[in-house]
Design a protein around this ligand. Structure first.
Ligand code: PEP
Length: 250
């Protein structure tokens, strides 16, 4: 049985004080929830203060990106040891906004996943097609390219630690959600790719989250799909009420 994982990607939002307020509310209302893994991913500057609130609780902490070198002359970057020092257990890698605006490629994603695994962080690796690609009937090709190349070269044991997030770009922040059937179709396809790359055991044990306008109202039906094991949530993760609504509805 794969445990549902709901992660909030706060993107470029929240001051330290706002982040502390939000996570305090999430933590107190999620107290006692044991059947869902809960993760919050604030901006780098708020990680350490948020960690002071969630440390030792059932709310995990994640970053939104990393650099693959540990230290050195890499101005502006943040590494795995520094994220661990700030209290992180998870890291989002290859989000479509990073692919779109910051030149992230399958190759850089692959290097980042390698570094995260080597340093003991759980990578949440984002894959997914944009609107143009979906309309051109290329969704499966794009997802195959992202999965095979971003996750190239890992052992079966390493793969089992990785979480994949399928995020159709056309559904991110747009209010347009993939229908449960559309999402399930791609999730099932991703699982079949993981099986081809490794084996049944790897494919069946890996968690695949859905992301794209997930809200309390659509969470239950999405999470009820056979191959959907959680959600990566953007907009609705910025308010305790909606984030907790999603957790309660799955
Ligand atoms: C995201 O950015 O990962 C995301 C899924 O955003 P939203 O929930 O706002 O669509």
């Amino acid at each position: 049985m794969r445990k549902i994982i709901i992660a909030g990607n706060w993107k470029l939002n929240k001051t330290i004080a706002e982040a502390v307020e939000l996570v305090s509310e999430i933590k107190s209302q999620a107290d006692g929830v044991t059947n869902v893994d809960i993760v919050v991913c604030p901006v780098f500057t708020a990680l350490s203060e948020v960690n002071k609130i969630v440390a030792g609780s059932n709310v995990g902490l994640g970053a939104q990106d990393l650099y693959w070198e540990d230290s050195g002359a890499f101005t502006g970057e943040v590494s795995v040891p520094l994220l661990k020092d700030a209290g992180c257990q998870y890291v989002i890698i290859g989000h479509s906004e990073r692919r779109q605006y910051f030149g992230e490629t399958n190759e850089t994603v692959n290097s980042k996943v390698k570094a995260a695994l080597a340093g003991g962080l759980i990578p949440i690796v984002c894959v997914g097609e944009n609107l143009e690609q979906r309309e051109a009937d290329k969704a499966f090709d794009v997802v195959k390219d992202h999965v095979e190349n971003s996750l190239k070269g890992f052992s079966a044991d390493e793969m089992k630690k990785i979480i994949v997030a399928y995020e159709p770009v056309w559904a991110i922040g747009t209010g347009k959600t993939a229908s449960p059937a559309q999402a399930q179709e791609i999730h099932n396809f991703i699982r079949s790719l993981l099986k081809e790359m490794h084996n049944d055991e790897v494919a069946e044990s890996m968690r695949i989250q859905y992301g794209g306008s997930v809200k309390p109202e659509n969470a239950k039906e999405l999470m009820g799909q056979k191959d959907i094991d959680g959600a990566l949530v953007g907009g609705a993760a910025l308010k305790a009420e909606s984030f907790l609504g999603i957790i309660k509805n799955c």
